[in-house]
Design a protein around this ligand. Structure first.
Ligand SMILES: [Zn+2]
Ligand SMILES: [Zn+2]
Ligand SMILES: [Zn+2]
Length: 136
């Protein structure tokens, strides 16, 4: 909880119980989290509050959206380099076919894609599917 409060402070966010709790769930997790998982974890927080809290964190560069192959999204903590309305999460995401967990592979950078003339990249999403180290 102390760590969550420090992160909120660093990002100049007012510390509220809900924010600290939601952030705490992320700080204790190795995998990307869906709204449903967080709702189960913190069943006293209503859906709208959770949605707004996640949006605030995303805007602040604390968490980033992680898409999976079913095109739903989850969220995961940003490592560094992310700030207000600016994300630099240029790493690959891994989706396990067995446990269906999605993980940030923070050390695996997304490859450069050479686009045809006239096109400009804004984001590159790379999802690798397979078996995670727990399921192998
Ligand atoms: Zn980010
Ligand atoms: Zn797995
Ligand atoms: Zn990620």
């Amino acid at each position: 909880m102390q760590e969550a409060k420090a992160v909120l402070q660093d990002n100049k966010l007012r510390i509220t119980k809900n924010r600290a709790e939601v952030l705490g769930v992320f700080l204790n997790s190795d995998i990307a989290l869906s709204n449903q998982i967080i709702e189960q974890e913190l069943d006293h927080i209503d859906r709208i509050t959770l949605y707004r809290t996640l949006k605030t964190f995303e805007d602040k560069g604390i968490i980033h959206k992680v898409f999976d192959t079913s095109n739903k999204h989850k969220f995961a903590l940003c490592v560094s380099g992310c700030s207000d309305h600016h994300h630099e999460d240029s790493h690959v995401h891994f989706e396990c076919e067995k446990c269906e967990n999605t993980t940030c592979l923070n050390d695996v950078k997304t490859p450069n894609i050479n686009l045809p003339k006239g096109y400009k990249t804004s984001t590159i999403e790379v999802i690798v599917t397979g078996l995670c180290s727990n399921c192998r």
